[in-house]
Design a protein around this ligand. Structure first.
Ligand code: NAD
Ligand code: UFG
Length: 335
């Protein structure tokens, strides 16, 4: 079975490629390297000891996609490619609508032409907007608070329309909660070039003394200690969720959405404290104003993914903190 992975050199994509290869799938990656590095391909090969095909190009480029589909006999696609920075999507919405929507529509057109109708799509818990209650179930109402989230919601709608027009499609929409951590080897992980937007990469840079101090965005939320609560999921567990989703879509037609989270909520302070303890390192922080658009708490009800996909997470918050820091230290040594 040959799986096309768009955005396969990115953070979640690279971990998923490793799991796919280790589960016996052949992997073809396409990525335009707008937010990742070519070295990742070698690292995936190093971890798995297997070959992986890489094509540099853009999912918006239809002729490029046609070339790949003509050359490779693709059985299913996992579509990670897209931009993901919430703040940037607010200041530059057209960049997000153009890239995330165009790349998906072009990919779907080409898949249709080549009669490849099996897709796993990367959605996000952001499609739940401000949830009325917790934990979040897949049946909750959907809404968004920023253009990035809107692209995910629009694409979910496009996929449902597509399936309604042609029941031969088989589509799994995966709504990720907060992926953190890295592969145990320390060879792949999350490595933003700029100042990180997200909590864990920021903590890592403070611990590594690349940044001075973590700004904790508010301690007056309606949560256990006042800081924001999220459902952090180890990226390797998340990657394994894609194998479950691929198995599902290869075996039956339909469209469905699944939460990929652990079901546990941790506050910012709990994450900082766990990180300091397991890595024996200091993380300087100060409490600052709330970040616009943030919600108090967000965590998944993971029971539907467990029931339908057989998906269960394995790693806890300690592993996530150890593996994130291990990757950062190794990356520093190697560069
Ligand atoms: P990432 O930026 O590390 O990976 C995305 C990859 O897609 C990058 O390698 C980038 O170069 C590539 N890319 C972007 N646009 C492209 C295009 N038009 N053509 C070809 N390649 C393109 O991001 P990630 O964290 O691995 O996220 C993967 C997917 O999961 C994204 O769709 C993201 O929106 C979604 N997601 C991520 C998170 C998260 O917290 N990381 C949470 C929810 C959903
Ligand atoms: N936080 C800080 N300081 C920072 C960064 C974050 O205090 O420097 C806090 C936030 O206020 C929040 C928590 O840490 O309470 C987590 O914030 P992240 O930015 O790491 O994650 P978010 O939950 O805001 O958003 C992430 C992705 C979105 C995705 C969402 C749900 O960035 O793309 O998870 O999957 F939609």
């Amino acid at each position: 079975m040959k799986i096309l992975v768009t955005g396969g050199t990115g953070y979640i994509g690279s971990h998923t490629c490793v799991e796919l290869i280790e589960s016996g799938y052949e992997v073809v990656i396409i990525d335009n390297l707008s937010n990742s590095k070519i070295e990742v391909v070698e690292r995936i090969k190093e971890i798995t000891g297997k070959d992986v095909k890489f094509y540099e190009g853009d999912c918006i480029d239809k002729s490029f996609l046609i070339k790949i589909f003509s050359k490779e006999k693709i059985d299913a696609v996992i579509h990670f490619a897209g931009f993901k920075a919430v703040g940037e999507s607010v200041s530059n919405p057209l960049k997000y609508y153009r890239n995330n929507l165009d790349s998906t529509i072009t990919l779907l057109e080409v898949m249709n032409e080549f009669n490849c109708k099996k897709l796993v799509f990367s959605s996000s818990a952001t499609v739940y907007g401000k949830p009325k209650s917790l934990p979040i179930k897949e049946t909750f109402p959907l809404s968004t608070t920023n253009p990035y989230g809107t692209t995910k919601l629009i694409i979910e709608g496009i996929l449902r329309d597509l399936y309604n027009s042609d029941n031969n499609w088989s589509i799994a929409i995966l709504r990720y909660f907060n992926p953190i951590g890295a592969h145990k080897s320390g060879l792949i992980g999350e490595n933003p070039n700029d100042i990180p937007n997200n909590l864990m990469p920021y903590i890592v840079k403070v611990a590594s003394k690349e940044l001075e101090c973590l700004n904790i965005f508010g301690n007056d939320y309606n949560t256990k200690d006042g800081t924001g609560v999220r459902d952090y999921i180890h990226v390797v567990d998340l990657a394994k969720g894609h194998i479950k989703a691929i198995e599902k879509i290869l075996n039956e037609n339909g469209i469905d959405a699944y939460n990929l989270g652990t079901g546990n909520g941790y506050s910012v302070l709990e994450i900082v404290n766990a990180f300091q303890k397991v890595n024996n390192v200091k993380v300087n922080y100060k409490i600052v104003e709330r970040r616009k658009g943030d919600i108090d708490a967000c965590y998944a009800d993971p029971s539907y993914a467990k029931e339908k996909l057989g998906f269960k997470t394995k790693y806890g918050i300690e592993d996530m903190c150890i593996d994130a820091y291990n990757f950062a230290k190794k990356f520093k040594e190697d560069n």
